[in-house]
Write a new protein. Structure first.
Length: 344
């Protein structure tokens, strides 16, 4: 009887480990391609990507050139595509135009050397803002609000890969893989949908269902974000077969309380976001915790945060003459050129 109980307990433990989402975390070292390959093996990527599958990679490219801690590094993307080509030649990297019409996806591609890289490695580049759209309904109270998504992401992708950077965010608290898919909304004025951000980002991730997720932790961003902040050297890589699990792990290593990010709190309450105790790691995650991440909102952040949470305020701030004047003042005080407002 004792032997049977022991065997039963072992079988139960093995079953639990198999069912748990996997997160790989490690220092990258000098060979990034090797680190990516090892991380993919840990999450059994050959069971996720079948030979010839259509793979779409959504990197965080929230600026026109690579900035440490702000955007995914070109080296990370090149190394990832190189590894994936062992399984499929059908690889696409895509991003939408910058919010508020601040830049085009093509400018971000150019600034991250992706045009030359695509010729060298043979993958496609897609500006999601130029794709045919399909509207999805986001439930808000007793009504549904339609927002657009590219049809290709909903119908022509076999495996979606999200690649994020670990950073604090002045509007959402934190930005990791889940938040990264906000950039899949092709509307340049998607910030007008910020008031329903939590409901929308959860539904978008359910629909796109990223099968593989990465955090390029070469650098993180602290103090402020998603663009203005202080780069933090980490030399980390995280990979997972579950987007909610990798955000849980990323939040943990950043010492971030998910209660301060409403979208993650909702995901936790609804059973989507596991605790780190419910994740199967390749190593002890506590060995990688950093206490150097913090968010210090500026006066302009607080003004924008109010607009972020309220539909009417968003309209005034981002889609009106008054908003144009306010942005001109803000950009002038920062020594930046005012970006004109684009309507779509």
């Amino acid at each position: 009887m004792i032997i049977m109980n022991k065997s039963s307990n072992n079988d139960k433990l093995i079953c639990e480990n198999i069912m748990r989402p996997k997160v790989y975390i490690a220092k990258t070292g000098s060979d990034l391609e090797k680190s990516i390959r090892e991380s993919l093996k840990w999450i059994d990527y050959e069971k996720i990507i079948r030979p010839g599958n259509r793979v779409f990679i959504k990197p965080n490219l929230t600026f026109t050139v690579h900035r440490q801690g702000v955007t995914v590094s070109p080296l990370f993307l090149k190394s990832l595509v190189t590894v994936l080509r062992d399984l499929t030649p059908n690889i696409t990297i895509g991003e939408s135009d910058g919010g508020y019409g601040s830049y085009t996806a093509e400018e971000a591609f150019y600034g991250h050397n992706l045009f030359d890289m695509s010729k060298e490695l043979g993958f496609d580049l897609v500006n999601l803002s130029k794709c045919e759209k399909e509207y999805i309904d986001i439930p808000v109270g007793n009504k549904a609000v339609p927002i657009p998504l590219p049809k290709m992401l909903l119908n022509d992708v076999d495996v979606f890969i999200s690649v994020a950077v670990p950073k604090v965010h002045s509007m959402t608290g934190i930005s990791l893989c889940v938040k990264n898919q906000w950039g899949c909304i092709p509307d340049k004025m998607r910030l007008l949908h910020h008031y329903l951000f939590e409901e929308a980002i959860i539904k978008i991730n359910k629909l796109l269902n990223p099968g593989i997720n990465f955090i390029d932790g070469t650098y993180g961003l602290t103090e402020n974000g998603p663009i203005i902040g202080v780069p933090l050297k980490l030399d980390l890589i995280l990979a997972s077969d579950n987007i909610w699990a990798i955000d849980s792990a990323g939040s943990h290593i950043m010492s971030f309380d998910i209660r301060k990010a409403r979208y993650l709190s909702i995901a936790k309450e609804s059973g989507l976001l596991p605790s780190v105790n419910e994740i199967n790691f390749n190593d002890n995650i506590n060995n990688f915790i950093s206490d150097k991440f913090f968010l210090k909102r500026t006066m302009w952040n607080r003004y924008a945060l109010f607009a972020f949470k309220h539909k009417f305020a968003s309209k005034i701030v981002y889609d009106s003459t008054i908003g144009d004047i306010l942005h001109w003042i803000m950009y002038a005080t920062r020594g930046r050129i005012h970006m004109p407002r684009f309507k779509v």
